[in-house]
Each structure stands twice: as C-alpha cells, then as structure tokens.
Unconditional design. Structure first.
Length: 301
C-alpha cells in the first residue's frame, strides 16, 4: 500500500514508530507536513499539492493532527477523502472529538458514563452551577485547553467562584465538572483500534498533582480492564466515529466515566507501559480495512 502520515514532525515518536511499522510490513510510506499542503478547491479533479507537486494517489492516510491546527488539518483530511483516500480517522470525527462540549453531549446522548458536567459562558448564579455538579471540590476546564493546560481543581466553593469569575473576565468558555475523588489522581488510557481495545495503561498523577498527564510527571503501568471499562471505551470510540483513538476513563464509585476521547493519541507512553507494538496494529488495521471511497461520514460534515 501507499500510505501517508500527516504530521508536523517526522521525528516525533508516534510518527517515527508508524513509519517504521509500515516499512517493516512492506508498504510505501511518506510523512507529509500538514500545514505545507495546499489544495485546489474548485477543480473537478480534487488534489493535494505539496512542495510544488501534486501528491500521488494514496491508499490510506494516518492523520496526526495537533489540536492547534485542527481547522486546517481537518480541511486537508477532507480533501483526501474527496479524492477517495481512506483515512483511519475521518475529518468529521476528528472535528467532533476536538470540540469538548459537542463530544460530551454526544456521549451523554448515547448513555456513556460521564462526570457531572456544567457548561457556562456567563452564569447568572455561579453557586448554582457549582452545586449542580455536586458541589466543591470541582474541576474547571477551559473548553479549548489541551494536555492538562487550562484545567484547575478548586477545593472550595469560594475558590471555584473566584476561578470561574476570572475565566468569565477573559470571556472564556468553561466546563465545570465533579471531582472524582475515589479515582485517587489516576486515570486509564484505553487505546482503541477499530472495535477493540488493543492496549491500556493506568496513569498516576505525581504527588501533589491531580492531572495524570505523563509530561506533567505522571507515571504509567499496564492495567487490566473490567468488561464494563472495555465496553465503555469501545462505545465511546464508536460514538465519536473514530477508528483510532485514546479513551481516557476514571474509575468512579458508579462505574467508569469518560473524561476525553483523543483522536491523535501518542504511542510512546502506552507502548512503553504495555510492551505492545501498537504502531504495527495500526498498520494491520489499514491492511484489512483501507479501500477507496470508504468515507462513512460523507455528507454529514
């Protein structure tokens, strides 16, 4: 197969591992800087150009679209879809997952377990907003935040009110969520490919930190999932329409609750923690499923 990885940096761990896995399985693989792609929108024969030339017809693409370039990145993926190229994650699904509010609303509609969540721009009664999610402590998140940035734990109602007022002053959209104390500063990253959880790790926050992100000092270890946790991760991926994603779950007293569905999950942490060759499994999925004009969300953008 001819495969393209849409990535800003071919030296990033995930990009490098995917390229190695594709080459090891005998495929032709190109790494393309997403922001350097440009498109002829009005042509009857849609194409993507790169470095002064028209890109060849690829059998499949693997989008590694960072949150900061979602708008342009999904436009590039959409252009490839118009050309009939198979994308492991489609443009509509990526956009859907990047919109925190929309993704939570979709998950809620399908009955996926979630933390109690409130959304606000200019709440008339901040104390009611806090009380509605179970009262302090609460987690306050910027809607546009990523990788733990813009996520604050407010221990008391007074602190929560002050933080919300500060975000309101910045005209920011915020989510207010219940704090799942029983999770103990840990979450579970489930790596979903197709309709299977192929790897899972438990991430533990560093001492004095409630965010379990590995780049914030968290640690990771392999974890055994319950049937309910496995089903929750698979269903969350299906709701988002993602064939490849990381589903972050907290273990609450009422069962697993989904914190986020990541359409461009990093491979380094989970491959290191589990010892599984996730990159090879991604390429295997393309081998079994890539076919022309197979975009499932066509016309639903």
């Amino acid at each position: 197969m001819k495969i393209a990885i849409l990535s800003r940096n071919e030296n990033l761990y995930s990009t490098r591992r995917l390229k190695e896995a594709a080459l090891a399985r005998g495929h032709q693989i190109d790494v393309i800087d997403t922001l350097h792609c440009y498109m002829d929108i009005t042509s009857n024969n849609p194409s993507v150009r790169y470095e002064g030339r028209q890109l060849p017809a690829y059998d499949a693409i693997i989008p590694r679209i960072g949150a900061s370039i979602t708008f342009y990145g999904t436009a590039v993926v959409r252009q490839f879809e118009m050309m009939g190229t198979f994308s492991i994650n489609e443009s509509v699904a990526i956009s859907r997952s990047r919109d925190k509010l929309r993704s939570l609303q979709l998950l809620s509609r399908k009955g996926i377990g979630l933390p109690k969540t409130g959304f606000a721009k200019h709440p008339d009664n901040i104390s009611d907003l806090i009380e509605n999610v179970g009262g302090a402590p609460v987690v306050i998140k910027l809607l546009e935040g990523t990788q733990g940035i813009g996520v604050v734990l407010a221990d008391t109602e007074k602190a929560a009110e002050s933080i919300i007022e500060a975000f309101m002053g910045l005209k920011a959209n915020i989510l207010v969520q219940e704090f799942i104390k029983e999770a103990g500063g840990a979450d579970i990253r489930c790596l979903v490919i197709g309709d299977k959880v192929v790897a899972a790790m438990k991430r533990q926050a560093a001492a004095g930190e409630f965010r379990s992100n590995l780049h914030r000092g968290g640690t990771a270890e392999i974890v055994r999932l319950s049937k309910e946790e496995r089903a929750t991760a698979i269903n969350a991926a299906k709701v988002m329409g993602l064939r490849l994603c990381g589903v972050d779950i907290l273990r609450s007293s009422r069962g697993p609750v989904v914190m986020e569905v990541n359409s461009s999950p990093g491979l380094e942490g989970i491959e290191t923690a589990t010892g599984k060759d996730v990159a090879d499994l991604v390429i295997q999925h393309l081998e079994k499923n890539a076919r022309p004009n197979a975009t499932r969300t066509k016309g639903k953008g």
